[in-house]
Design a protein around this ligand. Structure first.
Ligand SMILES: *Cc1c(COP(=O)(O)O)cnc(C)c1O
Length: 421
């Protein structure tokens, strides 16, 4: 079967042919590429065509595909079993490794995804505070839990409505939504509900709806307001954690959140998420406290071993290499934007932070409402051209690009050849 036959067959069996909507290439010129194998910075489709991969499974694979040390660790664990549903030393080892290196948290609980981590943090914040409202920001993504599938409503500052079918109004109405950067708006909603807000949730480096870096003042302002009103501050570091620095944005900004969520890189490509906080906050979770949370496959030994082996390789020099790789790749793209087809893409800009990049037409936005309406149209054309050249971006204009340690000189050379081919 060719690619489009595979997609047709999938659509018979699976809604939209995919198990996560962004994989469907919706809004693009082409149907999804079915991928059959991957190694290093490359991914191969079922027809054997290879692509330089800048999606990297949407972030987890910071070492590249099939890192040999991670693979060896996984193979060794496979000899011992891959799920016990019992206490085991592997998650203890990962917890110890992490908590020694993340001074802003004291305890951690492993779950199976970023969504589960955020869902746990929300329940924990509500349980520990006895409050029910949550503040979130337009353009921040926190996974697909009901309480955060919320977009701006049309009423007062903060008013929200569900951004998905199936989310009851009774749940949406407990979430308040503001624009990134709008500290005044945050103050206003706290003045309106001084004793009802349990949690401020924020991606400290918003990277799910474009890359929208925030100022230190804004993040510090959130910290101060949360403290003043007795609400919790959650840094959702599912993308930024272990990517911007080992300790993520909490480390880079020096701002201490009350809770942190991790995902993606923490499992090295296997399904792992985590919520972490002080011992005092975390011990509200069952079996110590009254806030229930559980998981049949949580802390499964294979994922724990894969995560630990990946994280061990993220040394300070690894972060230097990642930034260097990214700078080189970004400057190749920027040069190509200027030169391609008589300057057809010369209005496109590339923003990067750490090993993330994003393409945007014209002036760079700092919140979701400033994103250019031209973006989707430009991306549709660009994505197709790059795909044909064997360069694979995440298949959506609002997703960021991910650079890994495998995107080294050889890959950069190849990128150059492919761009100008
Ligand atoms: C990816 C992501 C999530 C959701 O994680 P899943 O593992 O896809 O459930 C939550 N928050 C942020 C910031 C993310 O980038």
């Amino acid at each position: 079967m060719n690619q489009s036959e595979l997609f047709d067959r999938s659509k018979q069996l699976v809604p939209g042919g995919v198990h996560s909507p962004v994989r469907s290439f919706k809004g693009l010129h082409t149907t999804p590429r079915f991928m059959a194998k991957a190694k290093g910075a490359k991914i191969w489709d079922v027809d054997g065509k290879d692509y330089i991969d800048f999606c990297m499974s949407f972030g987890p694979l910071i070492l590249g595909h099939q890192d040999p040390d991670v693979r060896n660790a996984l193979e060794a664990q496979l000899q011992k079993g891959w799920s016990y549903g019992a206490c085991e030393p592997y998650s203890l080892e990962l917890a110890e490794f992490l908590l020694e290196r993340l001074p802003h948290v004291e305890q951690i609980r492993f779950v199976n995804s970023g969504t589960e981590a955020v869902m746990t943090a929300v329940r924990l914040a509500r349980g520990a505070s006895g409050r029910k409202k949550i503040v979130k920001f337009n353009g921040c993504y926190h996974g697909h839990l009901d309480a955060l599938l919320i977009k701006a409503g049309s009423g007062l500052a903060g008013t929200a409505e569900a951004s998905s079918g199936g989310v009851p109004e009774s749940i949406a109405s407990d979430t308040l939504i503001l624009e990134l950067g709008d500290l005044e708006g945050v103050r206003e909603v706290f003045k309106r509900y001084p004793e009802e807000i349990a949690l401020i949730a924020v991606e400290p480096l918003p990277a799910n709806n474009g890359l929208l870096p925030q100022t230190q003042e804004f993040l510090q302002g959130l910290r101060d307001i949360a403290t003043e009103y007795g609400a919790f501050l959650l840094f959702d570091e599912v993308i930024s954690g272990f990517r911007m620095a080992f300790g993520g944005m909490a480390q880079l900004t020096g701002i201490v959140p009350d809770m942190v969520c991790y995902g993606k890189i923490i499992g090295g490509g296997l399904p792992v998420g985590a919520v972490a906080a002080s011992k005092k906050i975390m011990e509200n979770l069952a079996p110590v406290g009254s806030v229930y949370q559980a998981g049949t496959l949580s802390a499964n030994p294979l994922a724990m071993v894969g995560g630990l082996e990946s994280l061990k390789k993220l040394t300070p020099s690894a972060y230097e290499t990642l930034e260097k790789n990214t700078k080189n790749i970004v400057s190749l793209f920027e040069k190509w934007f200027r030169e391609y087809d008589g300057g057809r893409f010369s209005h496109l800009k590339m923003i990067s932070r750490g090993s993330l990049f994003w393409i945007h037409p014209g002036e760079l936005p700092s919140n979701a409402s400033q994103i250019s309406p031209q973006l989707a149209r430009d991306f549709k054309v660009l994505f197709e051209i790059l795909l044909n050249k064997g360069i694979y971006l995440a298949p959506n204009a609002y997703e960021v690009g991910f650079v890994s340690l495998a995107h080294k000189e050889k890959t950069q050379e190849e990128l150059k050849e492919r761009l100008w081919s």
